[in-house]
Design a protein around this ligand. Structure first.
Ligand code: GUN
Length: 295
C-alpha cells in the first residue's frame, strides 16, 4: 500500500494565514508590523530564488521586509557594518544572511555578528546553546518545520525511535536536539547517523520516524525503511532528467518511488519540508516581534 503524503505546502500555507491573521489583529493603533531583513551577498542563483521567496512570503503576511543586495566582492567589514545597522534598527525583529557566502567571507563571523535576539535562523551559538539546554530561543527553521509537520499530522513522537541522517549545524544537529527535548512533539529516542555510521540501513530500519538530511539524491532505499514508518525528506537535490522541461528536476534524499511503497507517511520533494522552512522563518520573526513589541 502506498504511504500517505504529508502536504507541506498546504500546512505551510495554513501557518502563513494564521500568522497573517495574528499580525493583522495586532498592528495599527501605534503597533508596527514584524520586520525581517534579508541579506543576499553575491549572485548564487539558488540563493537568489530562496531570498525572493522569503521576502514575498513576508509581504503576503503583512510583515515589513528589507532586502539588502550586496555584490560578491563585498568586504567582511562592509557586511559586518550592515549587520550592525540592522542590529540597532528598531523596526527590524529578524536578520537573516543567506548562506553560503561568496569565497573570502567568514560565515562564522557573520553568524556571530547577528544579535542573538534577532537571529531568526537560529544559527548563533547562543541559540544553539539555548536549544541544547532546553531554554527558549530561536530554533533553525528547517528542523522546526519538520517538527511542526509531525505535530500537525498527529504523528506521535514520545518514546518513538527517531533516526536523523546527517549532522549539519543547520538541520541534523538541531533536529536531533529538538526531538530529544522534554516537550510536546518531542520526547523521542534519537539516533544521529552520518558518513561514518557502520550499518546505515540497519539503523534506518529501527526508525519509527526517519528524517533524511544528507544532501544526496535518492540515498535512502526502500528496504532501509520499517513498514509503516514516517519518512521526512529534507533533501533538495537537482538531478538531470532529459524528459523534464528544464532538463533537470528536484528530488529528495529518499528514493521516493520505492520508499512510498513501504512507509506509512512521507513528505514529497518538492512540496514537503521546503515550504515549511519559510513558514517557520515567519513564525520565528513573529515570535521576535511579539517579544520586542508586545511585551
Ligand atoms: N542556506 C540554506 N538554508 C539556509 C537557511 O535556512 N538560512 C540561511 N540564512 N541560509 C541558508
Amino acid at each position: 500500500m502506498s504511504a500517505r503524503l504529508i502536504d507541506g505546502k498546504a500546512i505551510a500555507q495554513t501557518i502563513r494565514e494564521e500568522l497573517k491573521a495574528k499580525v493583522a489583529a495586532t498592528t495599527g493603533a501605534g503597533v508596527r508590523p514584524p520586520g525581517l531583513a534579508v541579506l543576499l551577498v553575491g549572485d548564487n542563483p539558488a540563493s537568489a530564488v530562496y531570498v525572493r521567496s522569503k521576502v514575498k512570503a513576508c509581504e503576503e503576511a503583512g510583515f515589513h521586509s528589507v532586502k539588502i543586495d550586496l555584490p560578491a566582492d563585498t568586504t567582511q567589514e562592509t557586511l559586518l557594518a550592515e549587520i550592525d545597522k540592522l542590529n540597532r534598527d528598531p523596526k527590524i525583529d529578524g536578520i537573516l544572511c543567506q548562506l553560503p557566502l561568496p569565497k573570502g567571507l567568514d560565515e562564522n563571523a557573520v553568524i556571530l555578528a547577528i544579535d542573538p535576539d534577532k537571529d531568526v535562523d537560529g544559527f548563533h551559538p547562543i541559540n544553539a546553546g539555548r536549544l541544547a539546554v532546553g531554554l527558549p530561543g530561536f530554533v533553525p527553521c528547517t528542523p522546526l518545520g519538520c517538527k511542526e509537520l509531525l505535530i500537525r499530522e498527529g504523528i506521535e513522537t514520545e518514546g518513538r525511535n527517531v533516526v536523523v541522517l546527517g549532522r549539519s549545524n543547520i538541520v541534523g544537529t538541531p533536529m536531533a536536539l529538538l526531538m530529544m527535548q522534554k516537550a510536546k512533539g518531542a520526547n523521542a529516542t534519537v539516533t544521529v547517523c552520518h558518513s561514518r555510521t557502520k550499518d546505515l540501513p540497519g539503523e534506518c530500519r529501527r526508525a519509527d520516524i526517519l528524517i533524511a538530511a544528507i544532501g544526496q539524491a535518492n540515498f535512502v532505499k526502500g528496504n532501509w525503511v520499517k513498514p509503516g514508518a514516517t519518512v521526512i525528506d529534507v533533501g533538495i537535490n537537482r538531478v538531470d532528467d532529459p524528459s523534464a522541461p528544464k532538463g533537470s528536476r528536484l528530488v529528495g534524499d529518499v528514493d521516493f518511488a520505492a520508499v512510498r511503497e513501504v512507509a506509512g507517511a512521507i513528505t514529497p520533494v518538492p512540496g514537503g519540508v521546503g515550504p515549511m522552512t519559510i513558514a517557520m522563518l515567519l513564525a520565528n520573526t513573529c515570535q521576535s516581534w511579539q517579544r520586542r513589541c508586545c511585551g
